[in-house]
Design a protein around this ligand. Structure first.
Ligand code: IMP
Ligand code: MG
Length: 175
């Protein structure tokens, strides 16, 4: 039986918030050229819109993480590293969603290890669940309940990334 998709955040609301984030982020940097590192693949669509909402110029690069789920902890590995030299650069890391926080922290450490002079982080969605790390994103689009969500770049087993809104399955809110 196919499950009914419900809208959690509609297109208009996403657009408005991304515009606000672009302004907020631009005003927080002391340089007029930053480096945006987008975490593949989930952050692709959010990054494309956020980049156009920034008031400062940004070089764009990517990082790709692969996770292996163990019994209690997820093991992460970098499978694509940014090509732009990050030494002494002001960097903004962009991800689609923060859940446990492990992915964002992993990407953060990777960027710091390349000698960036400042590293800020932005996520579109923050799931309201206990985090396993200390790092908290500097910019958050929306706080959301603990639902599995998809669309606007986020996938459900590599499907539904192209939905223009953030959705979830009916019944998710009942547990
Ligand atoms: P974390 O490392 O536990 O914070 O998980 C973050 C990563 O897991 C994100 O970059 C997403 O790729 C993925 N993820 C977490 N929650 C969801 C979800 O509800 N839908 C789709 N992907 C998710
Ligand atoms: Mg991801």
């Amino acid at each position: 039986m196919s499950r009914k998709i419900k809208t959690l955040i509609d297109e208009k609301t996403l657009k408005k918030r991304v515009k606000e984030l672009g302004e907020e982020i631009s005003g927080s940097f002391n340089t007029d050229k930053i480096v945006v590192i987008s975490i593949l693949k989930g952050a692709l669509i959010f990054t494309a819109d956020l980049l156009r909402a920034l008031k400062i110029d940004a070089e764009l690069d990517f990082i790709r993480l692969k996770s292996y789920s163990g019994r209690s902890k997820t093991r992460l590995e970098v499978t694509y590293r940014p090509e732009i030299a990050l030494k002494d650069r002001e960097v903004l890391i962009v991800d689609d969603i923060i859940d446990t926080g492990e992915s964002l922290e992993f990407a953060y450490r990777e960027v710091v290890s390349k000698g960036a002079s400042s590293v800020k982080t932005c996520v579109l969605l923050d799931k309201e669940v206990p985090k396993r790390t200390e790092l908290r994103p500097d910019f958050v689009g929306f706080k959301i309940p603990d639902y599995f969500v998809f669309g606007y770049g986020l996938d459900l087993n590599e499907t539904l990334r192209g939905l223009p809104y953030v959705g979830y399955f009916e019944g998710e809110q009942d547990g």
